[in-house]
Design a binder for this molecule. Structure first.
Ligand code: G6P
Length: 618
């Protein structure tokens, strides 16, 4: 099949299903899971069926740890499903590990994604006497299937009826002890690939899971359900009920290329994952936001803290909360927090800590000291069960899935998304935004992923061209006003981190108090210039730089002829993104610019020298 890059939706858990003509499936499943461990690794589980009986092994920990403890290879049967988890709902634990089962232990389900309406579904199921064991959103699925089976549906019908009730994103794989030759799988927004082997059939969240076993693959599309047996693969569209015919294609990738879904580096893949990462960030239940907004609203003192990119997300969040909700807050780099600020905290203070990993030592130190002073801790993190979640009174998951590139990209936009939504909810709570305006803002936020998709489609080549042109320049300056100053400093950080280009970033208005001395003909100045309230002033700043011969590269809204006409190069963003949401979109070309400059210079953007993904020392 002539595709270069696979759809990079929902990258979280690794899932695998397999039917063999003969032999034990368990060792093969464990090996497949090891090939998927880059997708998530906080807990592991497998289910097999033999003689109409379901067998399950699962526990918290990495595959090697769980295997050492329970011997995952020792499970009977030639049909099975397996899962490696990246927690979103429910902390990593044995009970929250997949597979999840129905009340009778007949149906086992593994799931990748987030089911948004699980609370409502769970409540209904509990009313009809279903007993839940875990705190996951996924567990509603086996119980819904159980209901359908009890009502006389066969397994395929039961899965179709079940997925029709789900809102959100899912790739699910279902095994049922009454159907010992069959696996049923389904997807929406989360990827699912079927592998067709000799005397075997597989399904997985990602091609690397079965690549050593077969290179014949078939992609499931949105809302499709597949029934797998050794003799056939039958695909049905769950919305229309129509049977779909699709021929398999030959995978020509190496395993390394397959892990990156055809992208050259994880960083580029993760930049492209941002539309989905933002959608996932928005899938956290509203109640968490209401809870956090209430706490912030009643606090006397509010701090935001984090390191690196997370600190930049704090700056963007604090800006939005000031602008929209009138919140007075302080943003302090975590490594500086304890110098002065902990002394200013008490029981009426709140510290909002941002940390992708949840393990950054400086952030944890700030949080620990703040807790010791009685402050409440709210954290926004990508890793459920991480230290920061354990130190927090409330935490909000950003749901980005593992980020492998050292330079944060999708986790930045996901964190900004969480804080922007919080600002909207807080503003409503404080009576500063009407219900209609709140809904309108939430709607605009939900539209940002589509805007980013169009930026990626339309501007990637243009950014690459600018990168080629500028790759040998010794230094850059990034300028922006208002919230765009944050976008500028985050863009600068990416370029420093992976392309090793010493660069500056300023509030554009401040540039005349120092930076302007650096400007000489040809010096590249990147202006983050959305069409918000800063627009007319930034034109003045561009003119100041232009008058001194700077090479002007502007990130502008489509059709902004005024700025385009005074720029040497420009990258156009979709129109109509509200000011506080512009960092989400306008940072994308800056991430791409850093990436392409790094690649043009021959650097590996995934492994920048001297940097670590998670810095666990002071
Ligand atoms: C390191 C990483 C950065 C990250 C920072 C904070 O410096 O290289 O990409 O932004 O740590 O990490 P955290 O996990 O706390 O968000």
């Amino acid at each position: 099949m002539a595709f270069l890059r696979l759809d990079v939706s929902q990258i979280m858990c690794g899932i695998f299903g397999c039917i063999l003509k003969s032999g034990d499936v368990a060792p093969l499943m464990r090996q497949a899971l090891e090939r998927l461990e880059y997708r998530g690794y906080d807990s592991v589980g497998e289910a097999t069926v033999q003689s109409n009986k379901l067998f399950i092994k699962k526990d918290k920990g990495k595959i090697s740890e769980v295997h050492a403890a329970v011997n995952l290879d020792d499970m009977p049967g030639s049909i099975g499903i397996a899962h490696t988890r990246w927690a979103t709902h429910g902390a990593p634990s044995k009970v929250n590990a997949h597979p999840h089962t129905d009340c009778d232990n007949k149906v086992a389900v593994i799931h990748n994604g987030i089911i948004e309406n699980f609370l409502e579904l769970r409540e209904k199921l509990e009313h009809s006497s279903h007993i839940f064991k875990s705190r996951t959103d996924s567990e509603v699925v086996p119980h819904l299937i159980e209901e359908q089976l009890r009502n006389g549906s066969d397994l395929l019908e039961a899965v179709i009826e079940t997925v029709r009730k789900l809102k959100g994103a899912y790739a699910i794989v279902v095994l049922c002890s009454s159907y010992p030759d069959t696996i049923v799988c389904a997807r929406k927004e989360s990827p699912l690939v079927i592998g067709i082997g000799k005397d075997a059939v597989y399904c997985a969240s990602d091609i690397p899971a079965f690549l050593p076993l077969t290179n014949k693959a078939l992609l499931l599309e949105e809302n499709e359900v597949a029934l797998l047996t050794l003799s056939k693969v039958e695909i049905t569209n769950s919305e229309t009920g129509e049977v779909v015919s699709r021929a398999p294609f030959e995978v020509t990738w190496t395993r390394q290329a397959a892990e990156k879904s055809g992208y050259d580096y994880f960083m580029l893949k993760e930049i492209y994952e941002q539309p989905q990462a933002i959608r996932n960030a928005l899938r956290t239940q509203r109640i968490y936001y209401d809870l956090v907004a209430s706490r912030i609203d009643s606090a006397d003192v509010v701090y935001f803290t984090g390191c690196g990119t997370a600190y930049h997300a704090c700056l963007a969040g604090a800006y939005s909360m000031a602008k929209l909700a009138g919140l007075r807050s302080n943003v302090v780099i975590a490594s500086e927090f304890n110098q002065v600020h902990t002394n200013l905290l008490d029981k009426k203070s709140i510290v909002v800590a941002l940390s992708q990993s949840g393990e950054t030592m400086d952030t944890l130190n700030a949080v620990r000291e703040a807790r010791a002073r009685g402050a409440s801790i709210v954290s926004v993190t990508n890793v459920m069960g991480s230290t920061v979640t354990r130190l927090s009174d409330v935490y909000v998951g950003q749901n980005s899935g593992p980020e492998i590139g050292v330079a944060a990209t999708k986790t930045f936009t996901a964190q900004v998304t969480v804080l922007t939504r919080l600002a909207i909810v807080l503003s409503k709570k404080r009576g500063r935004t009407s219900s209609a305006d709140t809904e309108n803002l939430l709607e605009k936020l939900a539209q940002v992923p589509d805007a980013i998709t169009s930026i990626l489609k339309q501007q990637d080549d243009k950014v690459r061209e600018v990168a080629r042109k500028c790759k040998n320049l010794p230094s850059f300056c990034f300028l922006g006003r208002g919230i765009s100053e944050v976008t500028a400093i985050e863009g600068r950080l990416k370029l420093l981190e992976i392309a090793y280009v010493p660069s500056l970033a300023y509030a554009a208005g401040e540039s005349k108090h120092g930076f302007i001395a650096m400007v000489e003909p040809g010096y590249p100045v990147i202006f983050v210039a959305p069409n918000d309230e800063t627009h007319s002033k930034i034109i003045g700043n561009i003119m100041e730089m232009k008058a001194r011969g700077a090479h002007i590269i502007s990130i502008v809204e489509e059709g902004d002829e005024q700025i385009k006409s005074i720029s040497d190069d420009f990258i156009e963003m979709p129109r109509g993104i509200p000011g506080i949401m512009t960092p989400l979109a306008f940072v994308v070309p800056l991430q791409l610019l850093a990436y392409y400059v790094a690649v043009e210079k021959g650097h590996d953007p995934d492994h920048p020298r001297n940097l670590a993904k998670s810095v666990t020392v002071e």
